[in-house]
Design a binder for this molecule. Structure first.
Ligand code: PAF
Length: 283
């Protein structure tokens, strides 16, 4: 496994691989790897000639009052974990190399970025679109892998690749959960014992929604109300949103007919958690 530290070196490698006709898989991450990231990496390793994992805490996707400064970091641990699943290259650039003085680009996708997390995290998806575009241009992957856990991010990046005719397939990989159901996230380390215990209502509430949906319920308000009632059994849960949206456009749906995503964001003290479930068949 090789560590690539500079944008220039990454660009040169990407150019070489393209010239050699190599099929490259890219797994973009912000590091502090857990089982969810490693599942993405394994998928990439199994389906490409070589795999690059980027480890970069992207400053421009964090809002002013968010956790950029305290976001957990462990590059040495990440390198060891990436190597253990067969990743060939870890790309870990410095922020000043990715965004030199005078950097001015921004990318705004309308619609798909405007609901759910886009409302409470203004500028977040613009920052994600910029960093992913840069990574695609540097690495030139045939495939890129993202977790379904960040379901809106996945929809945004599919739209980004489609609208800009980017020659890369965006692969979504199912959510990886702890044994008790909590979706794996680098931010779970922020939860104290009581919050960690109460956070189980999230995955449980998604199971409530699935039971209703599978039983034939199609009124989004009824499903959302049942999810809310379950989450409210946890006294520390502070609900930001519970929404049922079209799985591709992220626009609210009143009566699900094709595949929808039930998405939620809930705060436990200072920790904001998101989770989701897909309901219905992919179209
Ligand atoms: O999901 C993440 O970790 C980040 O948003 C991503 C896709 C690596 C972009 O910085």
């Amino acid at each position: 496994m090789k560590l690539v530290k500079t944008v220039a070196e990454m660009q040169e490698l990407g150019r070489l691989w393209r010239a050699e006709g190599k099929k490259v898989g890219l797994v973009p991450t912000m590091g502090y790897l857990h089982e969810g990231h490693l599942t993405l990496a394994k998928e990439a390793v199994a389906n490409n000639d070589l795999t690059v994992m980027s480890v970069f805490v992207n400053p421009i996707q964090f809002g002013a009052n968010e956790d950029l400064d305290v976001y957990p970091r462990d590059l040495a641990g990440d390198i060891a974990k990436a190597e253990s699943v067969g990743v060939d290259y870890v790309f870990a650039p410095e922020a000043r190399d990715m965004y030199p003085k005078g950097f001015a680009a921004s990318i705004n996708l309308t619609g798909v970025t405007e609901t759910l997390c886009g409302q409470s995290r203004p500028g977040h998806f613009q920052g994600v679109c910029v960093v992913i575009t840069k990574l695609f241009n540097l690495v030139q992957p045939a495939n890129a892998y993202f977790g379904q856990k960040d379901g809106q991010q996945l929809a945004v990046l599919k739209k980004l690749a489609k609208d800009f005719n980017m020659p890369v397939k965006i692969n979504g990989v199912p959510i990886v959960r702890e044994a008790d159901g909590l979706a794996k996230s680098s931010r779970n380390v922020y939860l104290d014992e009581e919050c960690r215990r109460q956070a189980l209502v999230l995955s449980q509430s998604l199971a409530v929604a699935k039971r209703l949906y599978d039983g034939g319920e199609r009124d989004a308000e009824v499903i959302k109300a049942a999810v809310r009632a379950h989450i409210e059994t946890a006294p520390l849960a502070d609900i930001e949103y519970i929404e049922i949206v079209d799985a591709l456009t992220m626009q609210p749906v009143a009566r699900p007919e094709q595949q929808v995503m039930l998405a939620l964001a809930v705060r436990f003290k200072t920790t904001r958690l998101i989770d989701n479930i897909l309901l219905g068949e992919e179209v």
